[in-house]
Design a binder for this molecule. Structure first.
Ligand SMILES: CC(C)(COP(=O)(O)OP(=O)(O)OC[C@H]1O[C@@H](n2cnc3c(N)ncnc32)[C@H](O)[C@@H]1OP(=O)(O)O)[C@@H](O)C(=O)NCCC(=O)NCCS
Length: 176
């Protein structure tokens, strides 16, 4: 099944299918609506970082990375990326598609000059791709969350060197 999976940038004609995919993977509409809302945030949205996995032209996976900031205690903002949400159709899960989407996202993000990614998610899943607890860099979530599920990765050597503080998410995340 995975041999015929293609990974590519999302196109406008994909939006409805991506909504349905998020709806089915999460069993609710919140994440699907978040993706729709983030696409129209001209500051946070990076079109190259909304990526889909297809099987025979059917969308079976999607990942989105949006611009976020890390605000230090002096109020300085450092740009990073937030990985959220990502979804794979239930019948295609555990075949490595999620991993392919993450790795492609990292590759594109590096090409675009981003130096790090932050994720809130499964503590056993994301470390497979190099994520480590964000408190290693003294980076905190803007809400109460167990430290092992709030993670970061450097895309470039020392991508988070001397960067610490609290993550500021685009306002669209407040409604999820
Ligand atoms: C989280 C999610 C996106 C992962 O996608 P996925 O395509 O299943 O991910 P992968 O296949 O890369 O990895 C999943 C697991 O399968 C394993 N795996 C990867 N390739 C495999 C293969 N060829 N054969 C068997 N297992 C494999 C991985 O090691 C991983 O193991 P784990 O269960 O111990 O973590 C998917 O489960 C999903 O959509 N979940 C619902 C929505 C959600 O929770 N999203 C994340 C929060 S934003």
């Amino acid at each position: 099944m995975t041999e015929q999976i293609k990974i590519r940038r999302e196109k406008q004609g994909d939006f409805r299918e991506v909504f349905e995919l998020n709806h089915i993977a999460f069993g609710q509409d919140n994440e699907a609506k978040l993706v729709d809302a983030l696409r129209i945030n001209q500051i946070a949205f990076v079109p190259e970082l909304s990526i889909v996995a297809t099987d025979n032209n059917k969308i079976v996976g999607h990942i989105l990375f949006s611009k976020i900031s890390i605000k230090d205690d002096k109020g300085n903002l450092n740009e990073s990326l937030g990985l959220a949400p990502m979804a794979v159709r239930p019948e295609y899960q555990k075949c490595g598609i999620g991993g392919q989407l993450i790795r492609k996202g990292f590759e594109v993000a590096k090409e675009l000059g981003f130096k790090s990614v932050i994720v809130l998610g499964h503590e056993h899943y994301y470390p497979k791709f190099g994520f480590q607890p964000a408190d290693k860099w003294k980076i905190k979530a803007p809400f109460d969350v167990p430290s092992n599920v709030f993670m970061a990765i450097e895309l470039a050597t020392d991508g988070l060197k001397n960067i610490s503080g609290t993550v500021v998410y685009p306002k669209e995340f407040e409604t999820v």
